[in-house]
Design a binder for this molecule. Structure first.
Ligand SMILES: [Zn+2]
Length: 68
């Protein structure tokens, strides 16, 4: 049993962002703050797949800042 996507409750959250602590489906999976330092990035599957072109890179959207 996996957790659902944080935006799509009916979708499987196949990707997990350790920084944001969020599960994401394939559509949502992307680094949401690529310019912000992330201690998990070296082991982040989302970042790896984005760099390899398997995931679409999303633009950093100016959202409510959750940077600690
Ligand atoms: Zn989703």
């Amino acid at each position: 049993m996996t957790s659902p996507c944080y935006r799509h409750a009916d979708r499987e959250g196949r990707f997990f962002c350790q920084k944001d602590m969020k599960y994401m489906c394939e559509e949502c999976a992307c680094c949401h703050s690529p310019r912000v330092y992330c201690q998990y990035r070296t082991a982040c599957m989302i970042d790896l797949l984005t760099r390899e072109g398997d995931l679409e890179a999303c633009d950093e959207k100016p959202r409510r800042s959750q940077i600690r």
